[in-house]
Design a protein around this ligand. Structure first.
Ligand code: MN3
Ligand code: MN3
Length: 320
């Protein structure tokens, strides 16, 4: 057996180098974003708002932990292309950065006792646990090309759909000028997840096209089945988290909108057919990270001033 080294001068596909570059350009570190200004906003929140904000970030922490620990390594192990493995590993490191950044927010806003309560809640909430279970099972079932495509679809659901039930609340608050610095971290994470969802989606589409018609039918059916299972659970999760604030209906619409995006990242038709006009404009506006990253002089939504060249993701970055 011969061991081969990665050669970046001989690429095996025509898109992975673009994604490597994009991931590197977007690199950021949570500690470089000042968060202390959010403290006063947090204190002014009602008990219900504080509770929801903390649980929402707790749920997001679990998803990032899983994606970094289990999802990305298992997908990477199952593919052979060395450059694709590199991009996945880079993305995996960022998942750990995301997970850590929520802890930075917690340590700025909450007492140690409150932080401990969040992590106890993560382990005791049935919906969060069920979601983690569905995702982990999908990754652990990888044993051939079909199950790899299915796991990659689950991964895209995580990146492009499931995160958004959590992103909703920080976007909702920062859209009203509250907790803007934490909102900046959320924006950086959203920018990363957008690239992750597109990249894993492309890998899944390539493998899917190599399957026979019959295999494709089965795989598609399994993917839709997973989507429905995750959506059903996500509906219960958002009812549980958001109904005290009466935001659950808005969140349902928003996650359907994002589930459609996930389906499109996988090269499939939208499933729920919820377009942008149905989503609260505050949230849609908050998703647009492009207007903030170049303005280093404003204090609004601009905590991040690392000297690495920061460029927003454009649709044209993904024209091949
Ligand atoms: Mn992440
Ligand atoms: Mn990700």
């Amino acid at each position: 057996m011969k061991y081969s080294a990665i050669n970046w001068n001989r690429m095996e596909d025509d898109f992975t180098k673009i994604f490597w570059d994009q991931n590197v350009r977007q690199f950021w570190v949570d500690e470089e974003i000042p968060l202390t200004d959010d403290k006063l906003d947090y204190i002014a929140l009602s008990d219900e708002e504080k509770y929801t904000y903390e649980r929402v970030l707790g749920g997001l922490t679990l998803l990032d932990t899983q994606q970094g620990d289990i999802g990305i390594p298992l997908m990477s192990k199952a593919i052979n292309n060395p450059h694709q493995k590199s991009v996945l590993s880079f993305m995996g490191a960022m998942e750990h950065m995301h997970a850590k950044s929520y802890s930075s927010i917690f340590s700025t806003l909450c007492s140690m006792d409150r932080i401990d309560e969040i992590f106890v809640w993560i382990e005791s909430n049935d919906y969060v646990q069920k979601k983690a279970n569905i995702i982990t099972k999908s990754y652990e079932s990888i044993n051939n090309k079909q199950t790899l495509v299915e796991a990659m679809a689950t991964s895209v659901f995580l990146e492009s759909f499931l995160f958004y039930s959590g992103f909703f609340y920080p976007l909702f608050l920062s859209g009203q000028g509250k907790l803007m610095n934490s909102g900046e971290i959320i924006n950086l994470i959203i920018r990363d997840e957008a690239v992750h969802g597109v990249y894993v989606g492309i890998l899944a589409q390539q493998l899917f096209s190599e399957l026979s018609m019959k295999q494709q039918e089965t795989v598609y059916k399994n993917i839709i089945n997973t989507l429905n299972k995750l959506f059903d659970n996500e509906t219960r999760y958002t009812n549980d988290l958001y109904s005290t604030l009466n935001l659950q209906d808005q969140v349902h619409t928003f996650i359907q909108y994002n589930a459609d995006k996930a389906m499109m990242n996988l090269g499939f038709n939208p499933y729920f057919n919820v377009d942008e006009s149905k989503v609260n404009p505050i949230i849609i506006n908050g998703l647009r990270t492009d207007t903030k990253n170049h303005d280093f002089f404003s204090t609004k939504g601009n905590g991040y001033i690392k000297s690495t060249k920061v460029e927003s993701l454009k649709d044209t970055d993904f024209d091949f």
